[in-house]
Design a protein around this ligand. Structure first.
Ligand SMILES: [Zn+2]
Length: 168
């Protein structure tokens, strides 16, 4: 009896850890999650390589940057949510998206509890890097030349996002 309960609890724990968005897969993602639901997840490099394309891996796990103008999300104008392509956590609402003319999907606001930031000194000037609060996946950089009302520009790699249109 005890052994069986342990087995089932193990299964439940396993299932709880398996809510990942594979490319093209958005069924099990959360509705806009409350901050307390953001529990960090950790996977090995090999596990990430199984779940992501090589280009997504380069961006999300190695802080790469896609070439400007290459994301189909630049032209996306429908209502919906933009989710982390690594784990499905919702990061942006389409109402915050605007055309920054930079060639990368850009937003003037973010679900701030769903990202973390750090100073990035890779270039000759400092930038503020931001990443998914749940899986740590690199998303982009935030700048202070955005439009009202925030004045911020979240410059995001399209490959690090998945768009989920709102139905109805
Ligand atoms: Zn994530």
């Amino acid at each position: 009896m005890m052994a069986r309960r342990g087995f089932l609890a193990g299964l439940a724990a396993l299932a709880g850890g398996l809510i990942f968005a594979r490319p093209g897969y958005t069924a099990a993602v959360d509705a806009p999650a409350k901050p307390d639901s953001v529990k960090p997840i950790k996977l090995s490099a090999d596990e990430w390589k199984e779940r992501l394309t090589s280009k997504q891996y380069r961006i999300l796990r190695e802080e790469g940057t896609e070439r400007a103008g290459t994301s189909e999300l630049n032209a996306e104008k429908r209502d919906g949510d933009y989710l982390c392509a690594g784990c499905g956590l919702v990061l942006f609402d389409s109402k915050w998206k605007y055309d920054s003319r930079t060639g990368w999907p850009s937003f003037y606001d973010v679900y701030s509890d769903h990202i973390g930031t750090k100073v990035d000194k890779k270039l000759f000037y400092e930038r503020t890097e931001y990443h998914c609060a749940r899986c740590g996946g690199h998303q982009g950089h935030v700048f202070d030349d955005g439009p009202d009302p925030t004045g911020l520009r979240y410059c995001n790699n399209g490959l690090a996002l998945e768009f989920r249109p709102r139905s109805g």
